[in-house]
Design a protein around this ligand. Structure first.
Ligand code: ZN
Length: 331
């Protein structure tokens, strides 16, 4: 007998990655698994589901169920299932009971106010099997709430769904959702929406064109204090196989607190597990900072700044910054 499954978890609990892996497992056995999501956002009309881990898969919309030939499928998978209506959940129940096709739904349980989404409410009521996908709050407790952040603060009122807004979400435990306390200090890898940190990135590299050369391919890490980005760092793989810390920037009002050092220690710890050499490129004034981490001068890229930056970067003494000093050490 086929079953209706609801697998719920907070933001960042790898629900979409799980959904894609289940589809892959069906395909490996020579079977078809139909990937669906509710058509909520016409702006996001690319017909695909995408995980923060980088996995993505094509999908159809739940709204199209009536026109799809379900006899071709051995399983139906629904991502973002919280956004379904009661009638759509009923449609899935009918697929399970009348056609004997298993349906596996992935979604959030509750919204940023702590209230059930419509789709989640009816899946909770009608699913045969309900499973939790766990993730943790910054404090280490289980994260069960999806806090909405506006300007770095937890907000608890507003529309359930905002399309195209500039709010963001973070998974918190119930206590920290209630108090609105965000991580005092944490470093996280950011894979999507990197350009939102451009003002910070420009602090260390004043050329947007130069930043664009490495931002997408690089690994970006953001140091946040009370939910606000205070520092950023990008690590890239060079053509010679070595790593380079490309952009290590701290917000002007957050300097002198050791955040740059924390990011550098974080990079060295990450890269120690990978081995090889690590490079940094800087102007003469910052050489001392890197030497404290065991870096030693490797070579000079003459004219790097004067050739690539227009307008030129001017030193405090009025001279134009010309050469990039490269330093390296073992990872
Ligand atoms: Zn917590």
């Amino acid at each position: 007998m086929a079953k209706l499954y609801f697998r719920y978890g907070a933001m960042g609990s790898s629900k979409t990655a799980n959904a894609i892996m289940v589809q892959y497992n069906y395909q490996e056995r020579g079977q078809n698994a139909l990937m669906l999501k509710p058509r909520l956002d016409t702006r996001d009309g690319e017909r695909s589901v995408a995980s923060r881990s980088g996995l993505s898969a094509p999908c159809a919309y739940v709204e199209e169920l009536g026109s799809l030939d379900l006899s071709l499928y051995d399983c139906v998978i629904v991502d973002e299932a919280q956004f379904m209506s009661k009638a759509q959940v009923q449609q899935l129940v009918d697929i399970v009971d009348e056609r004997n096709i298993p349906v596996i739904c992935y979604g959030l349980r509750a919204d940023f106010r702590g209230e059930l989404f419509e789709g989640s409410q009816w899946l909770m009521a009608w699913a045969d099997t309900i499973e939790e996908i766990k993730t943790v709050c910054w404090c280490g407790r289980k994260a069960t709430f999806n806090a909405r952040l506006m300007d770095g603060k937890v907000v608890k009122s507003g529309a359930q769904i905002v399309l195209g807004g500039n709010e963001s979400y973070v998974a918190l435990c119930r206590r920290h959702w209630a108090t609105g306390d965000l991580a005092p200090m944490e470093i996280r890898r950011i894979s999507a929406g990197k350009r939102a940190y451009l003002p910070l990135l420009l602090e260390a590299d004043p050329s947007e064109a130069m930043i664009d050369r490495y931002l997408e391919s690089g690994e970006m890490y953001v140091l946040s204090v009370d939910g606000k980005a205070a520092g950023v760092m990008v690590i890239v793989r060079r053509a010679d196989g070595a790593f380079e810390v490309k952009n290590l920037a701290v917000a002007p009002d957050q300097r002198g607190k050791g955040y740059g050092s924390r990011l550098m220690r974080h990079a060295l710890k990450l890269l120690a597990a990978r081995g090889g050499a690590v490079y940094v490129g800087t102007d003469r004034s910052n050489v001392g900072f890197y030497e404290r981490f065991g870096f030693a001068e490797a070579y000079v890229a003459e004219g790097f700044f004067s050739d690539n930056y227009d307008p030129p970067i001017v030193n405090e003494d009025g001279t134009v910054l010309r050469d990039m000093i490269y330093l390296s050490r073992r990872a």
